[in-house]
Unconditional design. Sequence first.
Length: 106
Amino acid sequence: MIARVWRARATPEGFVAYRALFSRTVLPALEQLPGFHGATVLREQTLPGAADAEIVVTTRWGSMDDIRGFAGDEPSHAVVEPAAHACLTWADDRVRHYDIELDNSK
């Protein structure tokens, strides 16, 4: 299994909007793709008064071929909905891929 990891930043309000968009639009589309095995959206815990926080999105895939089916011929290029960009203060245009060597998720 391969983890595809992408990072962005958002204000607290932007994160709420991004999470809603991800749940309502992005996740249902991903669930239709061959080889997709789930997603996790993390938000950095920040100090009170911080302007924005880091978001880390990890999707899990069966193979790099499955990822190419989603991302195209440049699998390290981030695939970000235009509506998602509107929620963010910064978005990485690249992603990283990791082999999942141990996962104790329940």
